[in-house]
Design a protein around this ligand. Structure first.
Ligand SMILES: [Zn+2]
Length: 361
């Protein structure tokens, strides 16, 4: 469908990863997987955290040595622009040509941002499936005046080792499920921005993102006793990668991030990062926003519960005031992002009633 601002002649840029590899124990083949995709002339930087490094060091070093691949470990600091700046200096001094981020959100975001600033190819190696930043052209870092994701270059390659990802703590994959289910309200918000404001709406990207959320709802029906097996882990990883790719197709975070993400960013800001993981906050935001959108919020809440993701403020260590404040701030945190929050005007008592009704507090 062509809307008011997009015509067949409109130029639209899509940024996609060149290669996505998903498999069991593929980390022991990392060097070849990179060389099959990119010409490697010089040193590769591996940005990671101490904990992840201790788990993968033998596998990576053995593989890189066997393939005569020069590399250097870089330990990432906190998820801030300051950390990125320090790492950029190291990368420049050592004449690094390819940057890899190995880990959860922090190391991937730091690596993706540094690679973007230095105009170097970035490879994403997630060790958990906790959010869609593993494949998207977006990063979320502290230290800017904008407490939400910013657009960068898409990772050129994603290597997802299911052996490592499925052995990560269950809390992380449950958080990833929260980030997937969020696409239900994100796409609804995008639709109303199209209808009310004539904003660009990419039908294909929206459908791809919705499909990931739908699969998430379907998967929750297959889970027994909270057990997420390897087959389900694989579908979750593929869903998160597809959502990130949907953002690359749209050229914006619109298909992946709506009012539920605004709520999450606001809560993170208010609590100084104390309340839950990204996908955990986003999942709770999705329950609230689904109610506002008049969607089946009970189905969403039940799916999150089955998966083991939090569905109450208490589970993410947030109190009633923080939840209400986050809801109020959500609309102001990114004024240009039009969502369901722009269409409603409710006072603090009504917000309290709303979050009580959906059982968040
Ligand atoms: Zn997200």
């Amino acid at each position: 469908m062509i809307n008011s601002t997009t015509t067949a002649e409109t130029t639209h840029v899509m940024q996609l990863p060149r290669k996505v590899i998903i498999g069991e124990r593929i980390l022991s083949n990392t060097s070849q997987l990179i060389k099959d995709n990119i010409k490697v002339n010089s040193k590769i930087a591996l940005i990671t955290g101490e904990n992840v490094k201790s788990k993968i060091i033998d596998t990576i070093e053995e593989n890189f040595a066997a393939n005569n691949t020069e590399f250097q470990w870089i330990i990432a600091g906190d998820a801030s622009f300051e950390s990125v700046g320090k790492i950029e200096n190291e990368l420049k001094q050592d004449k690094i040509e390819i940057i890899i981020g190995i880990g959860g959100g922090r190391c991937i975001d730091i690596g993706k941002m540094a690679a973007n600033n230095l105009k170097k190819p970035f490879i994403s190696i997630p060790t958990s499936a906790s959010h869609d930043g593993i494949s998207s052209p977006f990063v979320s870092l502290r230290g800017s005046d904008k407490p939400y994701s910013i657009k960068v270059e898409t990772p050129i390659e994603i290597i997802a080792d299911l052996h490592i990802i499925s052995n990560a703590p269950g809390k992380l994959i449950a958080s990833g499920c929260g980030d997937l289910i969020a696409k239900i309200t994100a796409v609804k918000d995008w639709e109303i921005a199209r209808d009310d404001n004539g904003e660009y709406f990419g039908e294909y990207a929206a459908n791809l993102s919705s499909l990931s959320a739908k699969m998430m709802l379907d998967i929750s029906k297959q889970i027994v006793n909270g057990q997420i097996d390897k087959k389900i882990s694989r579908t979750i990883v593929e869903g998160l990668i597809s959502s990130g790719v949907a953002a690359g197709i749209a050229g914006s975070s619109r298909p992946c991030s709506g009012s539920e993400h605004l709520f999450s960013h606001a809560l993170e800001y208010i609590s100084n990062g104390r309340c839950g993981l990204h996908g955990e906050r986003v999942g709770i935001g999705t329950i609230i926003m689904a109610k506002l959108h008049k969607l089946n919020w009970i189905e969403i809440k039940n799916a999150l519960k089955i998966i083991g993701a939090p569905t109450t403020a208490k589970e993410i260590r947030a109190d009633k005031d923080e939840i209400i404040k986050a809801f109020v701030l959500a609309k102001k945190i990114r004024p240009e992002r039009y969502t369901i929050l722009n269409k409603i005007d409710i006072n603090k008592n009504q917000i309290q009633d709303l979050v009580e009704e959906v059982g968040i507090i």
